[in-house]
Structures are given as C-alpha cells and as structure tokens.
Design a protein around this ligand. Structure first.
Ligand SMILES: C[S@@+](CC[C@H](N)C(=O)[O-])C[C@H]1O[C@@H](n2cnc3c(N)ncnc32)[C@H](O)[C@@H]1O
Length: 272
C-alpha cells in the first residue's frame, strides 16, 4: 500500500475527492495546511499505479509514500456503533443484534464496495430531511445511490415507487442486491429519467455535479416536487442555491453537520 499526497485549493476539493474515488482509493485523510489550502492523503493498494496516479494528478504537487497495509473494513467494523439518525432512523451494521428502539425504523447497512454506510454527515443530513419532506406514496428518485441507503430509507419512510441510479456500475450492482426488487436500480444518470415523473429527488453528490444537473433535476419533478441534496461544504451553498434558483427551484431549508450542508428545495415557492 502507498499514499498519494495532493495539495488543492478549497474550490478544487470536491472534484478532487470524486476523481480519487474514481481512481479506486481505499480511503482519504484530509488536512488543512495553514495558508496553503487543503492537503488530501489518499491510500491505494496497487503499488503498480504510482506512476499513472502521479501523472494524472501532476497539477496537485503529488507525493507518494510507502504505507503499512491498513484493513479499512476491519477498522470500520470495530468502530461502527448503532446510530440513531433524525427522529426515526436507527442505523445498524448488518451483523448487529442490537434491538431497534421503539418508534424507530431499522436501517441495516453493509459497507460493501460503495459509499453510503450512513456514518457520513451528508448521508445523515439527507435521511433527516427525508423525514420532513417525504409524503406517503411519493415517487422517489435516488440519484447517486451508492450503497442504496437513501432509497432504503425512503422505503421505510413510506415512499411509493422508488427508482435509483449511479454512474458507478459497481455501486448500482451493490444497491440492486441490497434492495431485492423493492427499488428499480440502473447504472447511469438523470438523462434516463422521464420528465415530470418524480415527487421527491434525493441527490447526495457534490456542488459541481448538482449545479450542472439543476435543470435536469427540476425537469424530472412533478408539480409540488421536492429535492433533497447534500455533499458540499458551506462555502459551496451559495453556488448550489444560485444554480437551483435559475432552474426554478426554491430553497426551503439548509442544515449543517460536521462541516457539510444539506438542503431542501421545492418547485413551488414556499408561503412566507
Ligand atoms: C457521496 S456518494 C452518496 C451515496 C449515498 N446516496 C449516500 O447518500 O450515502 C455519491 C454517489 O453519486 C454517484 N454519482 C456521482 N455523479 C453522479 C451522476 N452524475 N449521476 C449519478 N450518480 C452519480 C457516485 O458514483 C457515488 O456513488
């Protein structure tokens, strides 16, 4: 195993994270460098990939270092505790025998190969917003489903039809297994979604992708439709809000958790 250290400006952070995950990193550690932006240390198992990764990220002062092998999955298993999220959800690892507290919905998670164990603040912000904005019977679309956790949360919260997709085919396959027919999952993105067919859209991605998809997101919504988004830090909130406003989406609320933002939008202007 080796680590690849990269420097970046705050504005490049989200895209760089997405690129590193696309390149198959096993995990990333973030550090602030006073006066010099951010430093990301990404771990990779395949020592043969050093040269290609160094070349790909040449613009970010790449630096490679040998590292002891880290079993990320074992660390995750040891540290994972059942977690209540919002008013209703109770997140537990699949191997846990801890009983569900009365009145909560048990949402079992398995890290598999995809993002979405529920331990990340962005996932929790989306689940919390789901409790407030999902109406029973809603047709829900989970864009960038990862492990499928938000779609399964929507099922527990009383959604009607549920669709989900991910541009990462491995994630789509993990999600498909997790849903066991309850949700229609496909590898791909918003282009394949029929116009005006969704009541509630869930999208925990990043500011750049969300902003570029704003018009398509809005177009997929039925009248009165809502969108729950997360995946970006407070410094990008204004950018997402502006892109969504341009697409006719009105901000309903913004919440913050551990340095991340979760927002809800509606096609209908809220009554003041
Ligand atoms: C941060 S993870 C969120 C996973 C899960 N929904 C959650 O909330 O924990 C973002 C996911 O979005 C997917 N993704 C990124 N851009 C996308 C796009 N344009 N269309 C569909 N999926 C996308 C990634 O592959 C990744 O699985």
């Amino acid at each position: 195993m080796f680590s690849l250290t990269l420097d970046c400006a705050p504005a490049e952070h989200d895209q760089l994270l997405a690129d590193l995950y696309e390149c198959g990193t096993a995990g990333i550690v973030e550090e602030e460098v006073p006066g010099a932006g951010l430093r990301l240390r990404a771990f990779f198992d395949d020592n043969g990939a050093r040269d290609a990764l160094t070349a790909r990220f040449a613009a970010h002062a790449p630096f490679c270092r040998d590292e002891e092998d880290i079993d990320w999955m074992a660390g995750w298993r040891d540290s994972w505790q059942p977690t209540p999220v919002g008013e209703k959800f109770f997140l537990v690892p699949v191997w846990s025998g801890v009983p569900t507290p009365a009145g909560r919905w048990r949402l079992e998670v398995d890290p598999g190969m995809a993002f979405g164990t529920g331990s990340h603040a962005t996932t929790q912000l989306c689940l919390e917003a789901l409790e407030r904005y999902l109406r029973p019977g809603d047709t829900v679309f989970d864009l960038g489903t990862g492990s499928g956790i938000l779609a399964r949360g929507a099922a527990l919260a009383g959604a009607g039809r549920i669709y989900a997709c991910d541009i990462d085919a491995d994630s789509a396959a993990v999600a498909h297994r997790a849903y066991q027919q309850r949700v229609a999952v496909f590898a791909g993105s918003l282009r394949s979604v029929r116009k005006a067919s969704v009541d509630l859209m869930l999208a925990n991605i990043n500011a750049e992708t969300l902003s570029s998809l704003a018009a398509e997101l809005a177009g997929a919504l039925r009248e009165g439709g809502r969108v729950i988004v997360s995946g970006f830090p407070p410094r990008n909130q204004e950018r997402v809000t502006r892109a969504f406003a341009k697409a006719g989406l009105h901000a309903l609320e913004a919440q913050e958790k551990d340095g991340w933002v979760g927002m809800a939008f509606s096609l209908t202007a809220p009554k003041r």
